[in-house]
Design a protein around this ligand. Structure first.
Ligand SMILES: [Zn+2]
Length: 205
């Protein structure tokens, strides 16, 4: 059976501590943050970037872009101007892992970023597949992850279309399916059922 991108992504999120082929465990360190004056400090930025095996500048730029703020790395810490929540950092790290680390073919993290005729590609060292980095449409929604509950109504933006033709939206750690929509569309939905990190919805007209 061929798994869909969403299914693999879900596994990558849920099974981040599953052993990989090399017998190692890929476990992204839990983000640790605290407020310091008017800034938010990500205490273990260095650990995270080491685990993901990416350039610190690359992850930092991504985080700054998603948070829409300025900041700098400071040794193993990263300091962001403004007050942010732990859940925001968790969502952003997950987004980064999905966009720049996990192979969509085999779901493993043994990948590296390579340039192919100036296009940034994710090359998987486990299965040899190569894919262009997907450009995320809009920012990761880091604000309303806690709002994903059965019966709740929320506005979501459609990131992609699944193989079955349903729209796919990401809210925090959740993957939401919405039928009858197009990529880039913003729609109001009601959450009808949640199963693991997948939420089924009904579009509200
Ligand atoms: Zn692979």
């Amino acid at each position: 059976m061929v798994e869909s991108y969403e299914e693999m992504l879900q596994k990558a999120y849920a099974g981040i501590d599953e052993p990989t082929d090399t017998g190692e465990r890929f476990q992204v360190p839990k983000t640790r943050v605290y407020l310091e004056g008017k800034t938010t400090v990500l205490e273990n930025f260095g650990d995270i970037v080491d685990t993901l095996n990416r350039e610190p500048d690359h992850l930092m730029k991504y985080m700054l872009g998603e948070l829409g703020t300025a900041g700098k790395t400071d040794g193993v810490r990263a300091v962001f101007n403004g007050k942010f929540e732990l859940s925001q950092f968790e969502a952003i790290v997950k987004g980064y892992v999905a966009d720049y680390v996990i192979c969509t073919e085999c779901g493993r993290p043994d990948t590296k970023l390579v340039k192919d005729e100036r296009v940034l590609m994710l090359l998987c060292e486990a299965c040899g597949s190569k894919r262009p980095i997907r450009k995320r449409k809009g920012k990761i929604d880091t604000s309303s992850a806690s709002a994903v509950e059965e019966g709740k109504e929320m506005e979501v933006s459609i990131d992609s279309i699944s193989k079955k033709g349903d729209g796919v939206a990401h809210v925090g750690k959740y993957i939401l399916y919405v039928s009858g929509v197009k990529v880039g569309q913003k729609v109001k939905v009601r959450i009808t059922r949640i199963s693991g990190q997948v939420a089924f919805t009904q579009k509200i007209l």
